[in-house]
Design a protein around this ligand. Sequence first.
Ligand SMILES: *[C@@H]1O[C@H](CO)[C@@H](O)[C@H](O)[C@H]1NC(C)=O
Ligand SMILES: *[C@@H]1O[C@H](CO)[C@@H](O)[C@H](O)[C@H]1NC(C)=O
Ligand SMILES: *[C@@H]1O[C@H](CO)[C@@H](O)[C@H](O)[C@H]1NC(C)=O
Ligand SMILES: *[C@@H]1O[C@H](CO)[C@@H](O)[C@H](O)[C@H]1NC(C)=O
Ligand SMILES: *[C@@H]1O[C@H](CO)[C@@H](O)[C@H](O)[C@H]1NC(C)=O
Ligand SMILES: *[C@@H]1O[C@H](CO)[C@@H](O)[C@H](O)[C@H]1NC(C)=O
Length: 498
Amino acid sequence: MAIFQLPIYAAFLIGVTLPASALEDTFVAAVYEHAVILSGATPTLVTPKDALSLMNKNLDILEGAVKAAAEQGAHIIVTPEDGIYGWVFTRETIYPYLEDIPDPQVNWIPCNEPKRFGSTPVQERLSCMAKENSIYVVANMGDKKPCNSSDLKCPSDGRYQYNTNVVYDLKGKFVARYHKYNLFASEIHFNYAKDPQFVTINTSFGKLGLFTCADVLNFREPAISLVEKFKVDTVLFPTAWLNTLPLLSAVQYYSAWAMGMRVNFLAANIHKPSLDLTGSGIFTPEGAKVYHFDMETQNGKLLLAEINARPRLSPTYPPPVNWTLYASSVKHFSPESQVFGGSIYFDNFTFTELSQEADSHTVCQKGLCCHLSYKMAEKRDDEVYAFGVFDGLHVIEGEYYLQICTLLKCNSTDLKSCGQRVDMARTRFDFFSLSGTFNTSYVFPEVLLTGTQLAPGEFQVLTDGRLISNGISKPVLSVALFGRWYEKDSPHPLYAFS
Ligand SMILES: *[C@@H]1O[C@H](CO)[C@@H](O)[C@H](O)[C@H]1NC(C)=O
Ligand SMILES: *[C@@H]1O[C@H](CO)[C@@H](O)[C@H](O)[C@H]1NC(C)=O
Ligand SMILES: *[C@@H]1O[C@H](CO)[C@@H](O)[C@H](O)[C@H]1NC(C)=O
Ligand SMILES: *[C@@H]1O[C@H](CO)[C@@H](O)[C@H](O)[C@H]1NC(C)=O
Ligand SMILES: *[C@@H]1O[C@H](CO)[C@@H](O)[C@H](O)[C@H]1NC(C)=O
Ligand SMILES: *[C@@H]1O[C@H](CO)[C@@H](O)[C@H](O)[C@H]1NC(C)=O
């Protein structure tokens, strides 16, 4: 299948060549959760002048965050996907917001040469923010590329439109451009990048890689190869992520991905609580360093943390995990457990109820068996927990193959509510150990507490694939081993009919 042939697009590697002594062991990372000012409730065609006026309002706020981050010593700041113009668009109405973004090989500091590539006011402002504050700036904007009938795939309106991440270095130089490969279903105003792009940047604080939003969930590429083949130390991740409890809220999944892939992950989300958009953070292979989840206020939020520049060289770098070692070596626990069906985000799980204060269970679906041992601090009458398994292709809003083992709180005491959205819990766990017979080595360990809080340092992944805890400070919403079996994915939409 075409999408697994690598590398299709030659990654361009731009780096400042520095003597070894200038390499930093740690760096200060910043991410900004931005309460974007939207273009309006419905798609409306505006003039380029009005488009720029809206973008300037957002850029004013982002500039404040860039300045504040630089003042606090940050080397780099990541801002969200769609953070400059929002998302309520058709192909036509987004057009006035787009700029032609050249290949970074042109060696360009837009702040110094603003007219070199025509009208590029957004690129100029981003470059000036980086230059004036001596900080790497990562942003997301729209690229337009004219095409004609000499290209058989050229859209009928004569242009490609790409959801694009851009990066400027401390001098304001344009150093990286990434076109999003995994568009979300609602992104009808953009085209898919023709191939996955593997975009990396060498810096004194490690090798950085770029991708965005659904790239971390849908197809294998470019995310997995950036980590495994290109060996990036830190992923720069602008996102506009709608929280989907109980397994796919932003901070929960990003923290798990950073731990499962053993890489730093700088995620900047949009802040729009009315649409369930919140959840940003600085995540490392050891867990969340700092994160933000706020459904109460309408304010943006700047987060900073000092992290390892090259986590693979750190003494605390976690060892590789064999995700099946423990699970495939044990006998099934309590094989007589009563099971029932339930759905999580349209996937049909097989569940069993945790009816005792402490117990062990095994539940299986297709080729995946999940084992759980647990002890609650107290079995409450007003809360029901279930243990579930899913082994199958997810088919709504993207097609991707999942293998999941999860312990979660049900929405109510009715077993039919197990797997529905749930926000708060009161039951504490003194102990749990979760494992599964995964057919993939891409397994992301999630622990989510009441109020969408994470539990860094309160649980461990053992090298034999067990996710364990000997006590968690707050009540538990869900614990999961979230597996992605990429080989069983559907083809990318670009190749589905070829
Ligand atoms: C980036 O760094 C790697 C090794 O760390 C090196 O092999 C590569 O040549 C560098 N690229 C550039 C453009 O400096
Ligand atoms: C069509 O596009 C190609 C490649 O972008 C360009 O070289 C060519 O000049 C264009 N032809 C016309 C008629 O615009
Ligand atoms: C993990 O352990 C299983 C069971 O011992 C073994 O068959 C498998 O080869 C191991 N996988 C890896 C990637 O080492
Ligand atoms: C999931 O279960 C429901 C209800 O039993 C059924 O209607 C639906 O077709 C199932 N979905 C899949 C993908 O199997
Ligand atoms: C879950 O329960 C809450 C009340 O606790 C309710 O408001 C919500 O609609 C329920 N969610 C679903 C998906 O049923
Ligand atoms: C998946 O793993 C299970 C348990 O380790 C094994 O029985 C099964 O054959 C595997 N399936 C595939 C298709 O590899």
